[in-house]
Ligand binder design. Structure first.
Ligand SMILES: C[S+](C)CC[C@H](N)C(=O)O
Ligand SMILES: N[C@@H](CCS)C(=O)O
Ligand SMILES: [Zn+2]
Length: 335
């Protein structure tokens, strides 16, 4: 393994050791922003909150820490320079929103850790306040997220989906997010092989000096949503020394066990999973079809099996909440 690869692997091993062998990722950020009254019916979706209600983003991060999360994923999933420019913001403003997404999560962590050690009565509630290692993961949503038409769930980018186009699309955003000081970059809801390749090439060219995590999305439990082979996508991620964890996000819980077993065949890196509730998304109405998902209790009942199958970073994606995270934390750590 290269020196950089070893450094990232050591950092992950230390984080997982400090997390009792398995770490809890947070739950749906957009979901919880919406539950707190934010309006996401916009092409920027949750990224809109970076300028309409940044304090709410910080509050939701804090709620997830109090629920037991040890990884906060930033509000930059649908935050792109191109998306902000098309709303009339300048390049400078667009870059500052990206930086803000990381700062808000860092601020929530600092507030939380201060509360853990300030000796107040509130801090004595060990179900909410436990000093522990906490990572800030800067979210990079796929090109399909920017398109705002749900194409992160199809991976169908038409003629624009070339390697060069995708690399150009993500380059500056990735640099700005990395410079804002997160612990990790997390590429979320990756729908196809070409975007996987684009991310890996960018990571190899950019030398960000922080590890990257890859989360693929599947709708059949076998392949990624485009129909490209998950095994091939996960192998491409595994081959990159900058990649420190590989896994699945925003995918129905019923598919996760098989997907973890498949990924384990092609990587020895830590496996992350943060499924959605299993509901389907209507990208035109920007609403979830509620009757199609599972309950928190059913979601949490899977957690131990996912861990036994090889997942060591476990959380929730869209339509999961602090209650889901409390359940995951209890299942893994008893609190
Ligand atoms: C992960 S999906 C629910 C995010 C929202 C989507 N890109 C949209 O703009 O409708
Ligand atoms: N990380 C995003 C969703 C990715 S599908 C969020 O939680 O809102
Ligand atoms: Zn999601």
């Amino acid at each position: 393994m290269s020196q950089q690869g070893e450094y990232h692997a050591d950092m992950m091993a230390e984080f997982l050791r400090g997390s009792g062998g398995a770490a809890v990722i947070d739950g749906g950020l957009a979901t919880e922003l919406e539950a707190n009254g934010a309006d996401l019916k916009d092409a920027l979706w949750s990224a809109r909150c970076l300028f309409t209600c940044p304090d709410l983003i910080r509050k939701v991060h804090l709620d997830y820490l109090e629920a037991g999360a040890s990884v906060l994923i930033t509000g930059s999933y649908q935050a792109t320079i191109q998306g902000f420019l098309s709303k009339g913001f300048s390049q400078e403003e667009s870059e500052s929103f990206l930086r803000r997404s990381v700062e808000l999560a860092c601020e929530a962590r600092a507030i939380y850790l201060e509360k853990c050690s300030n000796g107040s009565d509130e801090a004595k509630d060990v179900t909410k306040y436990r000093k522990r290692p906490i990572l800030i993961a800067a979210s990079v949503g796929s090109y399909g997220a920017y398109l705002a038409d749900g194409s992160e769930y199809s991976g169908d980018y038409g003629n624009e989906g070339t390697l060069e186009f995708l690399k150009n699309f993500h380059l500056r955003r990735l640099q700005v997010l990395a410079e804002a000081g997160p612990d990790v970059i997390v590429f979320e809801t990756i729908p196809n092989k070409i975007e996987t390749q684009a991310y890996v090439e960018l990571l190899e060219e950019c030398k960000l000096r922080i590890p990257a995590w890859f989360g693929f999305t599947s709708k059949d439990g076998v392949n990624v949503v485009s129909g490209d082979s998950l095994i091939e996508c996960a192998s491409i991620a595994d081959s990159c020394k900058e990649v420190a964890a590989v896994g699945i996000n925003c995918t129905p819980p019923r598919f996760i066990h098989e997907l973890v077993l498949s990924i384990r065949k092609v990587t020895s890196k830590p496996i992350l999973i943060y499924p959605n509730s299993g509901e389907s998304y209507d990208p035109i109405r920007k609403e979830w079809v509620e009757c199609s998902g599972i309950s928190n209790e059913d979601f949490v009942s899977y957690v131990k099996k996912w861990h036994e199958a090889g997942a060591s970073l476990i959380g929730g994606c869209c339509r999961t909440s602090p209650d889901t995270i409390r359940g995951i934390s209890k299942a893994l750590h008893g609190v």
